[in-house]
Design a protein around this ligand. Structure first.
Ligand code: AR6
Length: 205
């Protein structure tokens, strides 16, 4: 008799976007963290002050996973722009934990920020490197006056980072930039990863 009625179906539908359910958290009184399931290559807010972050490798010329999807959607101009990025040593344009920026070409956003997360089983301090990948992406975005940015689950695919641990590093690093952006999004491909991110945000924000 006293059990709460479940919310009417129409409210659930009203909270859906083409990218799936969005869960919103306040980072500060005027900025949000939004977590959603979906395809990062389809994400944009306004096409002029927005950026997506690519989970690249040190060579920074494309690859599989989200990197492959971003390069396919951006077109061959993106690879050409990446090739222009200065190598810091032979074959390395972006060392692990650092970030670089390029235009986004055929993507609906203005910029792509390329970062390189740690290979979990190889990096002696994967949590430090993963924190740096998020932090340096956010710093570079700030320097370029980006107001809206979206991340994938860096290192949680081919690079083998356990997503429950990665979610905590991701959320706590974004918290350091609470006042610097209008919105920071996570656009996550897999259901289990999406759930882990929402759980970490509920705990840490
Ligand atoms: N939108 C959002 N997330 C995606 C998409 C997409 N379109 N496609 C895949 N993911 P990974 P890493 C998720 O392997 O672990 C590449 O070859 C995917 O489900 O893309 O940092 C690079 O060139 C996973 O949860 O990146 C590097 O060599 C997450 O994105 C290496 O992989 C990250 O998985 C980097 O490995």
């Amino acid at each position: 008799l006293f059990r709460k009625a479940s919310p009417p179906r129409v409210r659930v539908l009203a909270s859906m976007s083409s990218n799936g359910d969005v869960v919103r958290f306040n980072l500060s009184p005027s900025s949000y963290l939004k977590i959603q399931k979906g395809d990062l290559t389809a994400w944009s807010v306004d096409g002029s002050t927005d950026a997506i972050v690519n989970a690249a490798n040190e060579r920074m010329l494309g690859g599989g996973g989200v990197d492959g999807a971003i390069h396919r959607a951006a077109g061959p101009e993106l690879r050409a722009a990446c090739a222009q990025v200065q190598e810091v040593r032979p074959g390395v344009r972006c060392p692990t934990g650092e970030a670089r920026i390029t235009p986004a070409f055929r993507l609906p956003v203005a910029h792509v920020i390329h970062t390189v997360g740690p290979i979990y089983d190889v990096d002696p301090h994967p949590e430090v490197s993963l924190g740096n990948a998020y932090r340096n992406s956010l710093r570079l975005a700030k320097e370029n006056n980006i107001q809206y940015m979206a991340f994938p689950a860096i290192s949680c695919g081919v690079y083998g980072y356990p997503y429950n641990e990665a979610s905590r590093v991701a959320i706590s690093t974004i918290k350091e930039f609470a006042n610097d952006f209008k919105e920071v999004h996570f656009v996550l491909f897999l259901d289990d990863i999406y759930k882990a991110w929402v759980e970490a945000a509920r705990e840490l924000l």
